[in-house]
Design a protein around this ligand. Structure first.
Ligand code: VTB
Ligand code: MG
Ligand code: MG
Length: 316
């Protein structure tokens, strides 16, 4: 593992530890601020010339980690940074499962600068990587994934966010015999889960945030899975933003390569509340706070599940 990977691990750990005192307190803004401030503080210490390409919003709406913000010590590699310091603000506020702090890094210019709009996403792991196609009906994707995995339909599990907009998709998947596992928030974790066999998730589908989509794509690239996506500009303004980014046809299906044009990317996530892939933050008496993180990418590529005891550190 190289130094930069350890550095980004530290970034998500600090963001998660900072958000932790806000778990279950109904105050999502405060939780988000705490995670964002901590993440930015640690990012500033990394020897790099970093630019936020996926962040907390444009400069006028986000005081920190805004798109275009320069981060790092100012010397070192030129990197694109995609962050979601608190992925699942409602989850933290409500004391619910699956909130994380996440970050993805890639060489300058390698990440799609997805604007804040909806994106349709489909993700699978390595074995089914060549068998998904967002242009085809969802049901066909479930069938082809099952075939690639050598599974019977009733043993398939598809993860979909619990939203009205997904009602038809949920019913269509259930009609194939597959199970649908619903989740409230945090589609980064759920998309990544499809690329990790031990999660029990065979396929991920849904319409969620485009920024979260690009962050998920980096993780899935590192994990060797596949993801396809389609931006869903809802207004003329959103459509023009896509065209301005160089996407002459904003509704075109994006491959993993369109979102992450490199294999040299790295990704880290640290759990805040307990979740599908990562445990939440706990305190071990006499030892300190304990975090659980997923760190992946780098050369040679590897997937690390890291449990860290932050000695003498209490969390609220
Ligand atoms: C999506 C999803 C995120 O919020 O952006 C979602 O990508 C918002 O969806 O992971 P709604 O507009 O339906 O509420 C998350 O779940 C959390 O940021
Ligand atoms: Mg967030
Ligand atoms: Mg989010």
């Amino acid at each position: 593992m190289n130094q930069l990977m350890l550095d980004i691990l530290h970034v998500t750990q600090e963001a998660a530890l900072a958000a932790s005192p806000w778990v279950g307190r109904g105050r999502k803004m405060e939780a988000d601020d705490a995670a964002t401030t901590a993440m930015r503080r640690v990012l500033q210490l990394i020897p790099m010339v970093g630019t936020v390409v996926i962040g907390e919003g444009e400069l006028d709406e986000a005081p920190m980690l805004y798109i275009g913000e320069k981060l790092g010590t100012g010397s070192g590699p030129q990197l694109d940074i995609a962050v979601d310091p608190l992925e699942g603000t409602n989850l933290v506020a409500g004391g619910m499962d699956n909130s994380t702090a996440v970050i993805a890094l890639a060489p300058r210019g390698a990440l799609l600068h997805a604007p804040d709009m909806y994106m349709e996403k489909l993700a699978v792991g390595r074995t089914a990587a060549r068998f998904i196609d967002l242009e085809a009906p969802l049901v066909d994707n479930v069938i082809h994934t099952a075939r690639a995995l050598g599974k019977r339909m009733e043993n398939m599990t598809v993860m979909i966010q619990y939203r009205e907009r997904h009602q038809q998709a949920i019913e269509a998947v259930r009609a194939t015999g597959a199970r649908v596992r619903l989740f409230d928030d945090g589609d980064v974790t759920c998309a990544i889960a499809a690329a990790i066999e031990s999660s029990g998730i065979d396929l991920f589908y849904g319409i969620g945030g485009a920024p979260e989509g690009v962050i998920s794509a980096v993780a899935i690239q590192c994990l060797g899975g596949e993801m396809q996506a389609r931006l869903l500009p809802a207004t003329t303004f959103e459509h023009e933003r896509c065209v301005g980014m160089g996407l002459s046809d904003p509704n075109r299906v994006l491959t993993l390569r369109d979102m992450v044009a490199t294999e040299e990317c790295i990704f880290a996530a640290t759990g805040i509340t307990p979740g599908l892939l990562l445990n939440g933050i706990t305190t071990e008496s006499g030892l300190g706070a304990v975090t659980h993180s997923l760190l992946t990418g780098g050369q040679p590529n590897a997937v690390h599940f890291i449990r860290t005891v932050h000695s003498s550190r209490e969390v609220g």
